[in-house]
Write a protein that binds this ligand. Sequence first.
Ligand code: HEM
Ligand code: HEM
Length: 182
Amino acid sequence: MQWRDTKKSYGWLSIFLHWLVASIVIALWCIGDWMQSVTSNDNQSLVGLHISIASSVWLLVWARIVWRFKSSHPVLDGQNRFTHFVGKSLHYGLLCAIALMLISGPSMVWSAGLPIKVFSWFSLPSPLGVVPWLNQLASQVHGFCANVIVVLVLVHISGAFKHLMFNDDDTFVRMLVTPKEK
Ligand code: HEM
Ligand code: HEM
């Protein structure tokens, strides 16, 4: 069983983290977007749900980001330096935007002087009190990075399906299974 990445392929840990965190990020994004367009009562419960889910997976998402930067980035067969650089930069850009969401989200809640409530399990009181400039900055960063994530994820998914349908390579498959041992 190949758990770790090699120079040319992803291991099971990367594959598992990719799909798990991709689903979480898409779900958080959808709830985040949805809560902007509902009435204020529904908005409060959706914001609570968004914050609870995001806080529960906060460490996992950080672990996934750190793992990719530590484990480097496998090179595809036939990929030249330029195309590898483009793919890798897009992935790292996406991870940086997600990291900023993980920082700006809690900053937004705490700088409003509010606690971060994780379902009805526990609550983390604000260590900051009310800090209006930080609240405004965090809110702008969160909204901006949410837009960056949509664009990058759409480019990413289109690229993945382009490889699956039009290029004769293993880009898509290597994010589903590890290579067969020879
Ligand atoms: C990758 C993780 C995350 C994603 C993809 C995400 C996504 C979103 C999106 C799309 C919005 C709507 C933004 C807008 O259009 O202005 C939003 C708002 C928000 N998010 Fe996140 N978020 C994430 C993490 C977090 C975290 C960790 C927290 C706090 C613990 C958080 C707290 C909030 C709050 C308080 C709002 C504003 C709610 C309001 O309208 O009052 N988010 N998020
Ligand atoms: C249906 C949706 C998705 C598909 C089909 C997909 C497909 C793929 C494929 C085929 C690769 C390998 C590409 C390569 O190494 O050159 C990959 C890597 C990657 N994907 Fe996705 N992806 C999806 C959603 C997402 C989402 C939502 C995120 C953001 C969290 C994401 C982040 C990444 C990153 C950072 C990599 C680089 C390797 C890694 O760290 O896992 N993907 N994806």
